[in-house]
Design a protein around this ligand. Structure first.
Ligand SMILES: C[S@@+](CC[C@H](N)C(=O)[O-])C[C@H]1O[C@@H](n2cnc3c(N)ncnc32)[C@H](O)[C@@H]1O
Length: 336
């Protein structure tokens, strides 16, 4: 990889690199068919401008396709591209924008991706919006689901659902304990044969494509450290369980995971923890710099402050890439 003059390696860890640059310029420097998974959350085509910048809804699809085209070139034949896209209302109207569906169609029809499966991220903690339609006029329900398009380069991306099994619900455990009291084996009208074997316990259940993940982080090491340094944390982070699910599902240890809109580098941090190699690209120096905090869990605030200062003036750092501490771990901050 020979970076374009406009991009820099900001920091490295044992398994990854954080690049400061525009992904449209950095992606062309990556080798063809070298990436196992791209998992990312682009700036959304929201109507309200956010501090991290948005493209107009009209040009949004074409803009995202520029990234999608290069992304496809760098993906391995069995590689996947998971795109997290929030929905939006049309400006001033109580009807939805179709941009996330237009992106889906453009990626498949124009760029030649396959839709391996559509996923939905249900965030029960999402605040009601837009206020006008939901809270004031009460004519729309709360929008708490993001679409997650799982694109693949070929029809046979690497995937193993056994790596992301979920615990059974209480009801399912009851059924498995006493299947006969719930149903008798027979053919269903649909033609599906629900045989007695259905009642046999495997360890865990196959997950559905509705991922229920609350985005409620208010006390992580990253957030507390940003606060202690007097810096504003990235305003649009996804929860680490989101990239974790797809990294475990679609890659193996040692594989290369890329995030082309890396923000606070949630993806790189989880990839590091899971033993995958990673490459994250972020265009904003402040966001990219503060993302280094995720790899400095064992350092004092003063040591983090010095490291962040070095990154801010453009001195690349090698970080330990410590495993993430559990969110509940108390970190002592010297705020004096
Ligand atoms: C929704 S945020 C991603 C947040 C990330 N998933 C996290 O958990 O922190 C999108 C990010 O894309 C960055 N971005 C926008 N255009 C970019 C580009 N051309 N190349 C690289 N990053 C870009 C923005 O600065 C912003 O931080």
């Amino acid at each position: 990889m020979r970076l374009p003059p406009s991009a820099d390696i900001l920091y490295t860890t044992p398994r990854g690199k954080q690049i400061l640059g525009d992904s449209r310029e950095v992606l062309p420097t990556l080798d063809e068919s070298s990436v196992d998974l791209i998992v990312t959350s682009p700036p959304f085509a929201l109507l309200r401008q956010k501090s991290y910048g948005n493209e107009d809804q009209e040009s949004y699809v074409a803009w995202l396709c520029d990234f999608g085209r290069e992304a496809k070139r760098v993906l391995k034949d069995n590689g996947s591209f998971v795109l997290d896209l929030g929905g939006a209302y049309q400006r001033g109207r109580p009807t939805r924008s179709l941009h996330n569906y237009r992106v889906l169609l453009a990626f498949c029809d124009e760029l030649g991706y396959n839709l391996a499966e559509e996923f939905y991220w249900f965030n029960p903690a999402k605040l009601p919006s837009p206020i006008e339609w939901v809270n004031k006029r009460k004519i729309r329900a709360k929008d708490s689901v993001n679409t997650l398009w799982w694109f693949s380069k070929t029809e046979w991306p690497k995937a193993d659902v056994r790596k992301v099994l979920t615990p059974y619900s209480a009801r399912m455990k009851k059924l498995l304990a006493d299947p006969a009291s719930f149903y008798r084996p027979k053919d269903r009208p649909s033609g599906h044969d629900i045989s007695a074997g259905f009642g046999k316990a495997n360890d865990e259940a196959i997950p559905s494509n509705l991922l229920q993940i609350p985005n409620t982080d208010s006390n992580s090491h990253y957030l507390r450290t940003c606060k202690a340094l007097g810096k504003e944390a990235h305003p649009a982070r996804f929860p680490k369980e989101l990239p974790r699910f797809f990294i475990e599902f679609l890659t193996e240890p040692g594989d290369l995971v890329v995030d082309i809109f890396s923000g606070s580098n949630t993806t790189g941090a989880i990839a590091e923890e899971l033993g995958r190699r990673w490459l994250s690209i972020e265009i904003d120096r402040t966001y990219a710099t503060l993302s280094a905090i995720r790899f400095m869990a064992g350092r004092s605030v003063e040591a983090v402050r010095s490291a962040v200062e070095l990154l801010t003036v453009g001195k690349p750092l090698e970080l330990e890439g410590l495993p993430l501490l559990p969110e509940s771990t108390e970190i002592e901050f010297d705020l004096g």
